[in-house]
Design a protein around this ligand. Structure first.
Ligand code: FDA
Length: 384
């Protein structure tokens, strides 16, 4: 046998699995069609890589089996990864909501993973097509190499222009593993201009609570020339399915605030009160939507409450998402029902492992997806 394991994909999950297995004594080959490893790490977090989150817990991940990720996440935690980062002398900081970033550059994370792979004697072949995968006599054959274990770490199809593909699903299906229908996640949502004149608000951001399918996220929302984005909406998008509405709470205490404005400036119109709280172009659009033309003093409590309801529950009906071209991750993927949660090995195909974004485990925005890549990579790397 040439190798103990061939790992398909030199992203976060593949490199972590390779380093772990290599340092435990396994002979490991990593294959990737890209010209450099860890391309998504390099562009992540605005070039500073939001490499984990202090609040990682299973509830921050979507999967058909919400329990699946628990084992790997508890055996390789955010603190373990932080420890590795510190051992490599990489300075870091918490930005917000427990999100940890490099002070310097995401390049440091890739360099760290490559150094860990080198310490484990891992061979990395870039610019290499996977081609046909052979499987006979307990060995996997890929690109002229042979190994007793094969790890699918080729991620999902988000951002195809970076070389992302859905090959993980093809390989899984070839070996009889199920695939939960993949869909773009952490992705901007598109709106019908007839529902909201969002084009006039392109670039406007404001704090909001975005709710869909009973799940809420409080962060910034951003109006784009095609619809909605910003962290609150990206988070909600992972839970959104076609046909579902999305509600934005733009001003949680709007009802009291509008009554207070009526007392304070009775001769003003509601637009003046909106402008005190919302960015100007959003205030204009909400004023038009509310459609009250008389002075505040002439508005009844009921009229103000109805106006406030527009602000606390701006219900919109997205027409779709901006698709894989703009999706930070892919939800769905290789069905966890066919994998061991301890080792990531396929139950029916000994020696075949699936890790990272290729698997039906999708994290929230904020470092959760990398933590899943590290943790699932370590779980497989230890088992190989
Ligand atoms: P990943 O996609 O990283 O790696 C897969 C590898 O397989 C790639 O190297 C690819 O070239 C290779 N490959 C694919 N198809 C192949 C084929 N057909 N043949 C050969 N090789 C193939 N997450 C987070 O936690 N914090 C963050 O800050 C960000 N920021 C961020 C920004 C942007 C713009 C994006 C697009 C994504 C993020 N993410 C993120 C998400 C995060 O990047 C993602 O979840 C992980 O990179 C997934 O790691 P994997 O190793 O599973 O796949």
């Amino acid at each position: 046998m040439d190798y103990d394991a061939i790992i398909l994909g030199a992203g976060g999950a593949g490199l972590m699995a390779a380093a772990t297995a290599g340092q435990a004594g396994a002979r490991v080959l990593v294959i990737d069609h890209a010209d450099k490893p860890g391309k998504k790490i390099l562009i992540s977090g605005g070039g500073r890589c939001n490499f984990t989150n202090m609040g990682v817990e299973a509830g921050c991940f979507l999967s058909d089996n919400p329990h699946f990720a628990k084992s790997a996440l508890s055996r390789y935690t955010q603190w373990d990864f932080l420890d590795l980062v510190e051992r490599h002398g990489i300075a870091w900081h918490e930005k917000t909501l427990g999100q940890l970033f490099c002070d310097g550059s995401a390049k440091q994370i890739v360099a760290m993973l490559l150094a860990e792979c080198a310490a484990g004697g891992v061979d990395i072949r870039l610019g290499t097509q996977i081609g046909e995968i052979g499987h006979a006599d307990g060995a996997f054959h890929v690109a002229g190499a042979r190994a007793r274990a094969l790890v699918i770490a080729t991620g999902g199809p988000s951002i195809p222009k970076m070389g992302a593909t859905g090959i993980a699903y093809d390989i899984a299906e070839r070996f009889g593993l199920g695939v939960v229908a993949p869909r773009p996640a952490l992705v901007p949502l598109t709106l019908d201009p007839a529902e909201m004149p969002f084009q006039t608000m392109s670039g406007v951001a404001c704090p909001a609570v975005a709710t869909t399918a009973g799940v809420s996220f409080e962060e910034a929302a951003l109006f784009t020339h095609r619809g909605l984005s910003g962290p609150a909406v990206l988070q909600a998008s992972s839970y959104w399915h076609p046909g579902q509405p999305v509600s934005l709470n733009l001003w949680p205490d709007a009802a009291q605030a509008l009554r207070a404005a009526r007392r304070r400036m009775p001769r003003a119109h509601i637009k003046a009160a909106l402008s005190e709280h919302l960015p100007k172009r959003l205030a204009d659009a909400m004023d038009a939507r509310i459609g009250l033309t008389t002075e505040l003093a002439n508005l009844s409590d009921a009229a103000l409450d109805a106006a406030a309801a527009n602000l606390t529950d701006l219900t919109l009906h997205p027409t779709g998402t901006e698709g894989y071209a703009k999706a930070e991750v892919t939800a769905g993927g290789i069905d966890t029902a066919d994998l061991s949660s301890k080792t990531m090995e396929a139950r029916k195909v000994p020696g075949l492992y699936s890790i990272g974004e290729a698997v039906d485990v999708t994290g929230w925005l904020g470092g959760y997806n990398f933590q899943w890549a590290w943790a699932s990579g370590v779980a497989a790397g230890q088992a190989i």
